[in-house]
Design a protein around this ligand. Sequence first.
Ligand code: AMP
Ligand code: GLY
Length: 423
Amino acid sequence: MKVLIVGSGGREHAIAASVAKSEKVSKIYCAPGNGGISQIAECVAIGAMEFDKLVDFAKETAIDLVIVGMDDPLVGGLVDKMEEAGIRTFGPRKNAAILEGSKAFSKDLMKKYNIPTAAYENFDDPDAAMEYIKKGNFPVVLKADGLALGKGVLICNTLEEAMDGVKSIMLDKQFGAAGTRMVVEEFMTGREVSVLSFVDGKTIKTMTSAQDHKRAKDGDQGLNTGGMGTFSPSPFYTEEVDEFCKKYIYQATVDAMAAEGREFKGIIFFGLMLTPNGPRVLEYNARFGDPEAQVVLPRMKNDIIEVMEACIDGTLDKVDLQFEDNAAVCVVLASDGYPLAYEKGKVITGLDNFEGKDGYYCFHAGTKVTEEGLVTNGGRVLGITAKGKDLKEARANAYEATKWVNFDNKYMRNDIGKAIDEA
Ligand code: AMP
Ligand code: GLY
């Protein structure tokens, strides 16, 4: 089988590594890919939003399965384009990817089908939003409706901050067209858990849980990023929490999408908050999380191609999804300065230390092969993942492995997985 993966981050590297383990696969392509992915796949210089070129490439190369890793092409309808051209594709169609593409849509869906989430109101008009906020409590959460690289959420502690927030989202369009609509949401407290799942339109199978660290600095300080590290499983995701979510959230979401005529096939990522009043949905994504995929996929026992094909064919109920009884931790090595300004093009050394080391992974997020060798090419550069018999061992292993790799402006958080000490 020939497989084409669309995307270029650590998530796509983790997907490619899983696909490479499948006996069904003879060749992997990745568009556009990155320096690390090029070691296991042939990278093709086509951008993830160049739909016509991607379809042409898939036809010319007789690709058997396309896997769309990223949110933008999913929300933009790449799966529909591929299917129209007769190419088997894993991921939700445009009318289902709206679950991630519009926060106003997802909030309305949850309200209509009684799926637990924060109280909210949607606004198209900034003045109306301001009037509503003036009557409410603080902190208050403002969310740009559309995709904003995980940055379109503002937590405002005072009325003044909230007024500035409405202005920057809806009037100054800080997040572009994503801010044409806005959700104003109740502020919740509690631990966050990411639960990824495979969905075939009717059946849902959840994967092992994970927790992300979104802030740039130790102690959850600094700006929001795409994610600075993850661990899996989350010790806070207890059986009781799982039971609640199975009863009120997971199947309910899949059924709601089907009832709306928006059958969802692919990955649903549930961003949950474990509040004092029980689990609530913070957000949905229509794809694997990054860096969640980097700790979840290495622990999956199944052949990923078999699971993905079952999602496409509607036979997921026949799949026994299994994960190893161990743990994994991922520490992101970033360019100092991320998520603001940072330098690129720094030579990366020490990657050969990972060769032959079972249970250790160096997933590339922003790297590029040049004449000088492999260099940094983004804010998040590498995801260093290690397994262990438990979370403590996995964390020690991952931090040990961060020492094996070097580049000039290497930056990482030193407290990834620290929360497990409180479990
Ligand atoms: P989202 O993109 O919706 O997941 O939001 C990004 C981050 O903002 C989440 O991971 C939370 O840390 C925080 N957040 C979002 N919504 C809320 C809320 N209603 N209450 C508290 N924190 C929130
Ligand atoms: N790590 C969060 C995300 O992928 O959106």
